[in-house]
Design a protein around this ligand. Structure first.
Ligand SMILES: C[S@@+](CC[C@H](N)C(=O)[O-])C[C@H]1O[C@@H](n2cnc3c(N)ncnc32)[C@H](O)[C@@H]1O
Length: 320
């Protein structure tokens, strides 16, 4: 999946203004810091973007992948969901809002909360009609309580556990339609999503995606296996030159969950890995009975034709 051409052009222009070498050095500095401090909020860790070049490095190296994840997730929301208003928090350069503006023709008004001035500055040029708010999620008052769509992309993992619980309540209170949480597709990111799932189901929220049921998740505390998805994203020349490596794509792994204020018709199953096989297709999936396992679909099976075109993250209309 490539990012839209007009967005890529805007990013290329931003890079040209600063110079590729400065952005490459900044990308290296950010990545060293993340390796040293860990991407999960530890007490005292400081993962902040520190200047304009580092913010551009984020845009050049991470935005295409987080955009791809957001596009994947928004594409799994119910077809009849047509939000007019959106709140994107921990918006960074506006990645999730950009994907939503591309995905939903219905979207008229976008509000974004981002405390980092360097990211907000770039974001304001990428989403110029957005209402950009400088605020920390822990302290900021939500700018409304009836946003059709509320999104938090790759941000909850940057909060400590105490702050996270309070922020989830705030986000849900600001949402009159659908709340989307996206996190890294790591065991830790998936655990954050599981925590949000448990918390908001208790508050009466309905799941909109990806789960086929609202009972206990079969991958809750499953040890070596955790719920996550994968989106292949194209690497532009700029992206390759900032990140190194020759491959023309990368596979972004992410975990996510979407909640609705209204009950949503859920699929019977969700594909949880790449569909593999030839004569017999192997489909790793979870289902509406709360089970997780691998369905074996032989060529003679009427589902075989459909399965061949499905991939990780797609809904299926059968159980294990
Ligand atoms: C990994 S970036 C994700 C940016 C964007 N949502 C995306 O998906 O590309 C995490 C963002 O969360 C923001 N953030 C971290 N802690 C925050 C807090 N306490 N309140 C608001 N935003 C926060 C950071 O400034 C950063 O922009």
């Amino acid at each position: 999946m490539p990012i839209p051409a007009d967005l890529r052009e805007k990013i290329d222009n931003l890079m040209a203004g600063t110079g590729l070498n400065a952005v490459r050095d900044a990308a290296e500095a950010v990545s060293t810091r993340y390796r040293r401090e860990g991407s999960f909020a530890k007490e005292g860790a400081n993962l902040q973007i520190r200047d304009g070049a580092e913010a551009l490095a984020y845009v050049g190296t991470r935005l295409p992948a987080t955009y791809g994840a957001a596009e994947h997730v928004l594409g799994r929301l119910p077809d009849d969901f047509t939000p007019r208003t959106m709140l994107d928090v921990g918006a960074g350069p506006g990645t999730v809002a950009l994907a939503a503006l591309d995905h939903f023709d219905s979207l008229r008004q976008v509000t974004l909360i981002e405390p980092n001035a360097h990211l907000r500055g770039i974001g304001a040029s990428l989403v110029p009609n957005g209402n950009w708010i400088n605020g920390d999620l822990v302290g900021v008052e939500m700018p409304g309580k009836d946003f059709d769509l509320v999104t938090a992309g790759y941000v909850l993992n940057e909060l400590n556990a105490r702050a996270r619980a309070a922020v989830i309540d705030k986000l849900w209170a600001a949402c009159s339609g659908t709340l989307v949480i996206i996190e890294p597709g790591t065991p830790e990111g998936s655990a954050v999503v599981q925590g949000v799932r448990d918390h908001l189901l208790e508050k009466g929220a309905y799941i909109a995606a990806p789960c086929p049921q609202m009972g206990t998740c079969p991958l809750h505390d499953a040890g070596k296996r955790w719920c996550h998805f994968s989106q292949r994203v194209e690497r532009s020349k700029l992206h390759r030159s900032l990140k190194g490596g020759a491959l023309g794509y990368e596979d972004e792994k992410f975990s996510y969950i979407a909640f609705s204020r209204m009950p949503v018709a859920l699929p019977q199953g969700r594909v949880l890995g790449h569909v593999a096989g030839a004569k017999v297709m192997q489909v790793e999936m979870c289902d509406d009975q709360g089970d997780f396992g691998t369905a074996q679909i032989a060529k003679s099976d009427p589902r075989y034709k459909e399965i061949k075109h499905l991939d990780w993250g797609d809904a299926v209309d059968f159980s294990l």
